[in-house]
Write a protein that binds this ligand. Sequence first.
Ligand SMILES: Nc1ncnc2c1ncn2[C@@H]1O[C@H](COP(=O)(O)OP(=O)(O)OP(=O)(O)O)[C@@H](O)[C@H]1O
Ligand SMILES: [Mg+2]
Length: 276
Amino acid sequence: MNTVLEVKDLSVALKVGNNTKQILSNIDFTVDKGQCLGILGQSGSGKSMTAKSMLGLLDRNFTVTGSAVYKEKELIGESKESLRDIRGKEIAMVLQNPMTCFDPLCRIGSQILETFQAHTDWDASKQQAKALELLERMRIHDPLEVMEKHPHQLSGGMLQRIMIGIAMIMEPSLLIADEPTTAIDAINQYSIMEEFKNIKNEYNTAMIFITHDLGAIAKIADEVLVLNQGRIADKGSLHGILHHAADPYTRLLIEKRAAVMERYHNALYKEKLRYA
Ligand SMILES: Nc1ncnc2c1ncn2[C@@H]1O[C@H](COP(=O)(O)OP(=O)(O)OP(=O)(O)O)[C@@H](O)[C@H]1O
Ligand SMILES: [Mg+2]
């Protein structure tokens, strides 16, 4: 079976006093093995909610309805313990805010090794080797030194890279990345996007890539879902969305990016003429 995740009619309501506020309405999508679904949408459109609601990461004020079937297992309504177990072993999530994912009191190295102890059967020497491998793959200099540091001694971008590295090295069946490269500089962003592509191709990992960066979506996504105010505004193949977006916001994003690229090419062309 190729479908890893099938989401149907996923909705989230938030209780505020005596009222309820609808946050997500009737979200449908599937993700297949080796495929990446890009979720695009402006701030507050419900991208993070879509991921969190499936994985039991919302508190009790939120009511989640609908269905999210991961490899024939229904996730909605599943117990916290069972979801935590699946989250560690099979579904990895890179959260939007890396600071919240690390314990401020523990050294980076021991946090990485603890994750491996909880979710793999690797022995101590393999754990150590894998920790170094993930830091090197994420272009972290002096990995041995970094393992001795506490989270506040590293930059947000470094923590974000370490978090991506941990998620990738565990070889999950489904990798959900929520704005994974926002705190990372352009050069590292480029190489980390390449790593995401490698993981997808090497291990046939199913992926959900959440971003408002159309450039990142264009690099990695096969299918695209556009959200607007908690609803699906547009849905289709990457090519379809880039060339025939139905939703006005998506079209605006595409036009803006096209204008930036044109300016860039013009500048490059002028520069070339100057040195010709
Ligand atoms: N803890 C919360 N309590 C109340 N409302 C929330 C909470 N978290 C999110 N929301 C609301 O849910 C909606 C969707 O939020 P979500 O975080 O999914 O947006 P997003 O698309 O991920 O935005 P961004 O690009 O800024 O990360 C927003 O209207 C937001 O105000
Ligand atoms: Mg978000």
